[in-house]
Design a protein around this ligand. Structure first.
Ligand code: 8DG
Ligand code: CA
Ligand code: CA
Length: 566
């Protein structure tokens, strides 16, 4: 008998039961009745409501599978129920299932949100075997021709990241063998997954990966090799995937999307088909990529330095310790606090540091404000550092503030390291020329401080343990037990009139910022940076009192920070 169900990995009891399953004959006899409607089973997964497609499955097999599912705590309902979230079919094409559903009175199928999800029997068998609804993977979906057209019509994806809304949690971030679903637990589940992944050291990550992750690895590898254009191409492709409101299941769906080149397309195809890309795996396991990754994660080490060390034969952090003299002061501190600085900073930690910074600023200049920017402003639950923007409503009052704040923080024992830079914006002789230059869009000229805070050595009421002391870097060694943590903090001071530009510039994401500036230049003949917006043709500076006004000046729809995670 050719059984259409793959049952090799099932527990014996289920295998036996499935072997004895009635399979629909070519000329079915009188339909057998389904399970008694009055039979009650406990529902363990209320967010998942199944519907089994009788066409080709046959009534008796459907009845058997219905009972099996109900015994395992699944809810099974008729095709016309609005509660149905998962439609399971055996032996039908996606188009046939859509037709069948329509005949049964179910007309509305949201292809963009995958509601209900149209699935082949493999999802069902795996779920029965696991005794829980397994996450949907691309291979579980039935392909529906009409859906592809609907998706294309509904989702005209804009070419610039600043024209797209990109949420932190999106439809293409799941590991491909742990695909997405549209039931209500979605956001919570992926937030948890995200947090787990961020907390895991790279070596513990499974080889199966999301399309976005695979493309980011390729972008990073190109960056390590100094191929910025290639790096950008992969990064842009990943950013487009992040903005899609649906889960990509077939490579053909990329056809009408912007910024997805041939190489990115190949990587996505591999991930969709095999759950991972051999090319990405090769990159990840290469000695150079691993060493570059290790070195560039040291505070104060960029690609150039890391590359030089690699060429000199250095491979590990221990190698660097032997060549300690090669390191700048900043890099020495970075190496000393390597583990802490590569442990994600929690939002609660960012807020605790924020309170101290506010206290310091209030002491030094009453009325000045402190705004949390960077990833935390975009709603990220963790970050690699904490970014603050400081200003005062009276223009000019902010001058000289940073050195006082640093000195206050240092006296309180909050700083393990800092390096401050004065404001160089006023030094510019030709503001128009600078504004139109590429350096203006790369680096701003605010007064700033790159620091390492000692969390746990915070002053006053914020101090975690009574009498916590700033640790002596001379006596402390990595691995020693302690109650404090080193955290990277960026403090930036902006004059009030430039604050909206600074806020927009420091909120990120980097992809969003890059495209804001690219859009301004190419589509509007304007030059945007963190200080100003300059109209190149009209030769005038445009002022703005808020981020909303800047979007307006650029003719863009306002995108709130939580939707700038491009
Ligand atoms: P994470 O820390 O959560 O990992 O991510 P993030 O907060 O998005 O990244 P970030 O590296 O801390 O950068 C935050 C934003 O600040 C980002 O959009 C880039 C921007 N930024 C710098 N340095 C400079 C700079 O010198 N000039 C300007 N204009 N922006 C900068 O990081
Ligand atoms: Ca940050
Ligand atoms: Ca930063």
């Amino acid at each position: 008998m050719n059984h259409p169900v793959q049952i090799l990995d099932w527990p014996c009891s289920i295998k036996l039961a499935m072997m004895q399953l009635p399979v629909k004959k070519k000329h079915p006899r009188r339909q057998e009745p389904g399970p008694p409607a009055s039979l009650e089973f406990c529902v363990h997964f209320p967010e998942v409501v199944l519907c089994l497609v009788e066409k080709r499955m046959g009534a008796s097999r459907k009845a058997f599978l219905t009972t099996l599912a109900r015994q395992r705590g699944f809810c099974v309902e008729d095709a016309n129920s609005e509660r149905v979230t998962h439609v399971v079919s055996e032996g039908n094409s996606g188009d046939e299932v859509v037709e069948w559903l329509k005949k049964k009175g179910r007309h509305y199928i949201d292809a963009v949100a995958d509601c209900p999800a149209l699935l082949n029997i493999s999802w069902f068998t795996e779920s029965m075997s696991a005794e829980r609804p397994v996450p949907i993977e691309p291979r579980h979906y039935l392909l529906v021709t009409a859906h592809a057209e609907e998706l294309e019509a509904k989702c005209q994806v804009a070419p610039y990241a600043c024209q797209r809304r990109t949420l932190l949690l999106h439809s293409n971030q799941a590991l491909v063998n742990k695909g997405t679903e549209c039931h209500p637990g979605f956001h919570h589940f992926y937030l948890t997954l995200l947090l787990c992944l961020e907390k895991q050291p790279d070596t513990h990550k499974k080889s199966r990966r999301s399309m976005e992750d695979a493309l980011q690895t390729m972008a990073e590898e190109a960056h390590f090799n100094g191929s910025e254009a290639r790096s950008l191409a992969f990064s842009r492709a990943a950013s487009v995937l992040k903005s899609l409101p649906w889960t990509v299941k077939r490579v053909q769906e990329l056809h009408s999307l912007p910024c997805i080149g041939e190489h990115s397309r190949r990587i996505v195809q591999e991930v969709l088909e095999d759950g991972a890309s051999a090319e990405v795996e090769r990159v990840q396991h290469s000695e150079r990529y691993q060493a570059m990754k290790l070195f560039t994660k040291i505070f104060g080490v960029g690609v150039k330095t890391a590359s030089r060390w690699y060429q000199e034969g250095l491979r590990t952090l221990a190698d660097l310790q032997v060549h300690h003299a090669k390191l700048s002061k900043e890099q020495q501190v970075g190496l000393l606090h390597y583990d802490d600085l590569n442990t994600p900073v929690e939002r609660s930690e960012a807020e605790a540091i924020g309170q101290v910074v506010r206290e310091a600023v209030e002491q030094c200049l009453p009325g000045a404000s402190v705004t949390l920017t960077g990833g935390f402003r975009r709603g990220k639950p963790t970050g690699h550092d904490v970014d603050f923007l400081v200003t005062h409503p009276t223009e000019g009052q902010e001058v000289g503030l940073l050195s006082k704040v640093i000195s206050w923080l240092d006296k309180q024992g909050c700083l393990l390291y800092y390096s401050s830079h004065r404001n160089t914006f006023l030094d510019l002789e030709d503001l128009e020329l600078w504004s139109s230059s590429s350096s203006a869009s790369m680096m701003d000229r605010f007064e700033r401080c790159f620091s390492i805070f000692c969390l746990g050595c915070l002053p006053g009421a914020l101090q975690r343990g009574a009498g916590a002391q700033k640790p002596s870097t001379a006596t402390w060694s990595p691995g020693a037990s302690r109650s404090w943590k080193a955290v990277r903090v960026d403090l930036v001071v902006s004059p009030y009139s430039q604050f909206p530009f600074a806020l927009l510039g420091w909120t990120g994401s980097r992809n969003f910022e890059r495209d804001l500036r690219r859009f301004s230049k190419h589509e509007k003949k304007m030059a945007l940076n963190s200080h100003t917006l300059y109209h190149v043709e009209q030769k005038i500076f445009l002022t703005a009192a808020s981020e909303e006004e800047i979007f307006q000046l650029l003719g863009l729809e306002y995108i709130p920070p939580e939707e700038r995670n491009a």
